[in-house]
Structures are given as structure tokens and as C-alpha cells.
Design a protein. Structure first.
Length: 277
């Protein structure tokens, strides 16, 4: 089971990274694809000038990960309220919260505190990793380079990478918009923690969302396609390592439950139930 877990969660993404590097970074496929989207007569990417397309793909689309992060953050803060209320000690306050339907929300937040904290931390780690790579590679977007009417030179990330200081003012690699969609992968690991049989839907849905975000920016000339693939790889590893820190490998590698099964509480060596949070 251990070997299979590491093969799926580390081996496959590393193989994808090698494939992306060889297929895109070591060739001119990225440029060839962007050339198809570029109008040499007007020296523009036509979709970059359509304001409605910009709103739908650039502004409105980010609502999904933004709201997810905000809900997780608010819920994480609310998770400390119910233990402080202590309804057994403050019965009147507890009764008032029950009548106002607030108590179930506070109990749910408290019961899933670790999950909400995980989502918040995972989003923060993903954002930090992407921003670090952007600033320490200083890759310029296609539309900013001389290849497509810009003023900056086209460079590859590996030729400009600086580990200990910023490499320049370019901020295009890996894809930031795509990474926003891919950060929803954090929800997949929450689903795996509870062996939810629909957790794979969260996996594929998050990947689809990230690729939609990234591809629309490629169509506008603000990224190469490989930038989206790299964003997916780095966000996956960021979410995976954060999930391992919060939940542990044993919990994440358990098979998903079937429809007729129920998720049983973990057992201590003495047979006593332990809470999931």
C-alpha cells in the first residue's frame, strides 16, 4: 500500500513534470501554439481585446477559489467559538444559540476545525510557492516579449532561476490564474481524509477548473500552455505535502468507501473512539 501511495501521489506528478519539461521547455511547441492565436497584422492576441471575455475568464471565474478560501478562513475562526461558549456552563447562551440556529453552524465548524485550517494553510502554501517561483525565475508573458510585439526578451525559466534572490521583474511562470483553480485540490484531500466516494470528482473538477483558467489566459497571450501544466504540478505537491502534515499518510491512503459503507471513527489501541478533528 505504501509503494502504491507514493507511486500515485509522487511518481505520476514527477513523470508529468519530466514530460512537460522535455515536450514543452526543450522545444518550441509553446511558441508554435501561441503563434496560431496571434494576429501579426494587428500585432495583438484578438481575445485579449474582448472585455466581456476578460471579465468572465479573469475576474468572475476567480470567485470560486476566492470564496472557498474566505469560507474556510471564516469557518476556522468560528471553530474556536463553540468551545468558548461551553453550553453546559452557559446554558442560557447555549439555548439562545440553539433557538437562533447558530449552534449547529458553530458545532460543525468546531468539529471540522482541522479541515478548515488545512484548506486555509494549503491555499496559503500554494500561493506562496507560485509567487516564489514567479519572482525567482522572472519569466515574461508572451504578450510582453519581442515575439509578440512587446519589449522584453523571451527566456526560459530554467535559464534564469535564482534560488536566493529575485531574478527580475517578470512574473509569468508558472501560471497564476491556473494555480488559483488548482488550489481547489485541497478539497480533494479533505474528501480523501473521510474516504468520501466522490472525492475523485473533486480531483477532476479542480484540475478542470485550473486548466480552464490557464487556457483562457493562453488564448489572450498572457501565458504559454506549459505554464498551466507547471502550475498544476507545483500546486499538487504543495497540497499533498500540506495534507500529509495535517492528516498523515495512513489516513490519506485508505480506500474510498462504497455506497453501502459508513466511515467508522478511528480506534485507539484500547478500543476507544478518537475524534477525527
Amino acid at each position: 500500500m505504501n509503494a502504491r501511495f507514493y507511486a500515485y501521489n509522487f511518481g505520476i506528478p514527477l513523470a508529468c513534470a519530466a514530460l512537460v519539461f522535455l515536450l514543452f521547455d526543450m522545444t518550441r511547441i509553446d511558441i508554435a501554439f501561441s503563434n496560431l492565436l496571434f494576429d501579426p497584422l494587428t500585432q495583438t492576441f484578438p481575445l485579449d481585446k474582448i472585455h466581456l471575455f476578460e471579465k468572465i475568464t479573469h475576474k468572475w471565474a476567480r470567485i470560486i477559489p476566492n470564496w472557498t478560501a474566505e469560507i474556510a478562513l471564516i469557518s476556522a475562526m468560528l471553530s474556536v467559538v463553540w468551545p468558548l461558549v461551553n453550553p453546559q456552563k452557559h446554558q442560557r447562551l447555549g439555548a439562545f444559540l440553539e433557538r437562533s440556529k447558530v449552534a449547529p453552524v458553530l458545532r460543525f465548524a468546531a468539529d471540522h476545525r482541522r479541515d478548515f485550517l488545512f484548506v486555509v494553510v494549503a491555499f496559503a502554501v500554494c500561493t506562496g510557492v507560485i509567487h516564489f517561483l514567479k519572482s525567482h525565475t522572472s519569466v515574461y508573458c508572451p504578450i510582453e516579449t519581442t515575439l509578440y510585439g512587446g519589449k522584453m526578451a523571451h527566456i526560459e525559466w530554467y535559464s534564469n532561476f535564482q534560488l536566493f534572490h529575485e531574478a527580475g521583474s517578470g512574473r509569468c511562470w508558472p501560471g497564476g490564474h491556473a494555480s488559483g483553480g488548482f488550489t481547489m485540490l485541497a478539497l480533494y484531500f479533505v474528501g480523501r481524509r473521510y474516504q468520501w466516494r466522490f472525492s475523485s470528482a473533486l480531483l477532476w473538477g479542480s484540475l478542470l477548473l485550473g486548466f480552464i483558467y490557464g487556457t483562457t489566459r493562453v488564448l489572450q497571450g498572457w501565458h504559454y500552455m506549459s505554464h498551466t501544466f507547471w502550475a498544476a504540478i507545483f500546486v499538487w505537491f504543495a497540497c499533498l505535502l500540506t495534507a500529509l502534515a495535517f492528516y498523515g499518510r495512513a489516513r490519506l491512503e485508505r480506500p474510498v468507501l462504497q455506497k453501502h459503507e459508513q466511515c467508522l471513527p478511528a480506534q485507539t489501541p484500547s478500543g476507544l473512539e478518537m475524534p477525527f478533528n
